[in-house]
Design a protein around this ligand. Structure first.
Ligand code: F0G
Length: 460
């Protein structure tokens, strides 16, 4: 059958105009933003692929639920509705709302006493690592070797290396505060972990008496990949698969801004009563009362509906197919990519695209600048500006990879946006040999990518 078209499984009932700019305006905007796309304003951007976090569109059912959100401070009915949905999806006893993922992480690693201990993960997302380190712990990444190789087409590049996990568990003993699986593995290219690997990691953690947690920001996309790719899983629904995955864990953190299909929100879910009690005490201190956790009642109501919608097979099929669609088009144009397509994003290997640029000439940010200049497209660098460290009197300590992430907001752009985007990339690729690179003019010592000021190499 030739029918390859993706049908968006929704129709659009509310629209927002796309800002359309001229090349002269984009040049000016980029100069004003000091060549760092983080410093652009929304009205200067035509297609924004900076992140899939909190940028998606909500459904009519979610908006309807928002209108009846219960704004009661303590005992909000919207909380109880969310608790019911989250319990039936995840089987977790304690459902603790937070305002976003990183606050759930901060509370979790505080109650797990991460200080002077280690957390073992496939790959920690930046905020997860930062929270572990801030609390005095060490975040250790143990993703399989294929997960670090852009060209590898392993179907589950988000898997954790079980041998190295066991070696760490046996060496570190009680110093292991938790084993954590990020699904999908965002920092590794949005790649999934298999059910088999999740089961085995959970089993190892249990054997060594250590708690097993999930960073479940993109749990539904991960479940869909398991459904598509893992032998024997084709007859199970993504919801059934997700339920099994959650059943393996002692708890999870979730940035609901991804697979919660909401613009703001997070969850910390736990089975252990003592941990949950400590988490709620900290929640009251930092986020708010346990029946709202830093969110409005209407936010809780929208999340309850989002968690039901996100596991619908038609939605997930479209979601993964639309990211893969761009990936296939770029691959046909010989753009160097991370393979296979991730669940939420396509990653371009900027070091391979610009072999003439050194890491400290920021090939990733250079590509982001080029995409913006060509078509007002915003993407994000995941390379030396984000992860490299300034070294006194020398070039920066480079990152392992120079990637550019094109992340797709959920239910927001259509296939013709993606076709148009592919044309923009093709123009940028055609002039790849003339790209000049950037240098850092001003930077802060922590999280510099968000605020650094840059300038083109060769400018006065
Ligand atoms: N875990 C993962 C895997 C994430 O991707 C993110 C956020 C977080 C935790 C933190 O959640 O933003 O709600 O506090 N990722 C966004 C991104 C920012 O662009 O990938 P948060």
């Amino acid at each position: 059958m030739r029918n390859k078209a993706i049908i968006e499984p929704f129709r659009i009932r509310m629209v927002e105009p796309l800002p359309v700019t001229t090349e002269a305006q984009r040049r000016q905007s980029l100069e004003r933003a000091h060549y760092n796309p983080f410093l652009l304003r929304s009205r200067e951007i035509t297609i924004d692929l900076l992140t899939d976090s909190g940028t998606g569109a909500m459904s009519t059912a979610q908006w309807a639920a928002m209108m009846t959100g219960d704004e009661t401070y303590a005992g909000s009915e919207s909380f109880y509705a969310l608790q019911e949905v989250a319990r039936s999806l995840t089987g977790m006893k304690h459902v603790i709302p937070t305002h976003q993922g990183r606050s759930a992480e901060h509370i979790l690693f505080s109650v797990l006493d991460a200080k002077d201990r280690v957390v073992l993960a496939n790959t920690h997302f930046d905020t997860t690592r930062a929270n572990v380190e801030y609390l005095g712990g060490e975040a250790i990444d143990l993703v399989i070797e294929e997960g670090l190789s852009p060209a590898s087409r392993h179907p589950f590049k988000g898997n954790i290396d079980l041998e190295r996990l066991e070696a760490q568990l046996s060496r570190e003993g009680d110093r292991v505060a938790a084993v954590l699986m990020t699904i999908t593995n965002n920092s590794g290219g949005g790649q999934p972990a298999s059910l088999e690997n999740l089961r085995a990691a959970g089993e190892l953690a249990r054997r060594y008496g250590r708690p097993f947690f999930l960073d479940a920001a993109r749990f539904a996309e991960n479940a869909w990949f398991i459904h598509e790719r893992e032998p024997g899983q084709q007859d199970r629904t993504p919801r059934e698969i997700a339920q099994e995955v959650f059943s393996l864990a002692d708890g999870f953190t979730m940035s609901a801004k991804k697979d919660g299909l909401v613009n703001i929100g997070g969850l910390l879910c736990l089975n252990d009563d003592t941990l949950a009690e400590r988490a709620r005490a900290l929640l009251i201190l930092t986020e708010g009362y346990p029946t709202y956790g830093g969110l409005a009642g209407r936010d809780l109501a929208a999340l309850a509906v989002g968690l039901e919608e996100v596991t619908q097979p038609e939605y997930l099929k479209y979601r993964v197919a639309s990211v893969r669609y761009l990936h296939e088009m770029l691959d046909r144009m010989d753009v160097p990519l991370v393979h296979p397509a991730g669940g939420h994003a396509v990653y371009i290997d900027a070091a391979a695209l610009y072999p003439h640029l050194k890491p400290w000439e920021l090939p990733g940010v250079t590509l982001c600048n080029e995409l913006y200049l060509e078509g007002g497209v915003r993407a994000v660098e995941i390379g030396t500006l984000m992860f490299g460290r300034p070294v006194d009197g020398a070039h920066d300590d480079p990152a392992a990879l120079e990637l550019v992430r094109l992340a797709f907001p959920r239910r927001t752009y259509t296939q013709s946006h993606v076709d148009w985007l592919a044309d923009i990339v093709s123009e940028v690729v055609a002039r790849r040999s003339t790209a000049r690179g950037l240098r850092i003019k001003k930077q802060s010592l922590i999280l510099r990518a968000f605020t650094a000021e840059l300038e083109p190499i060769g400018s006065a």
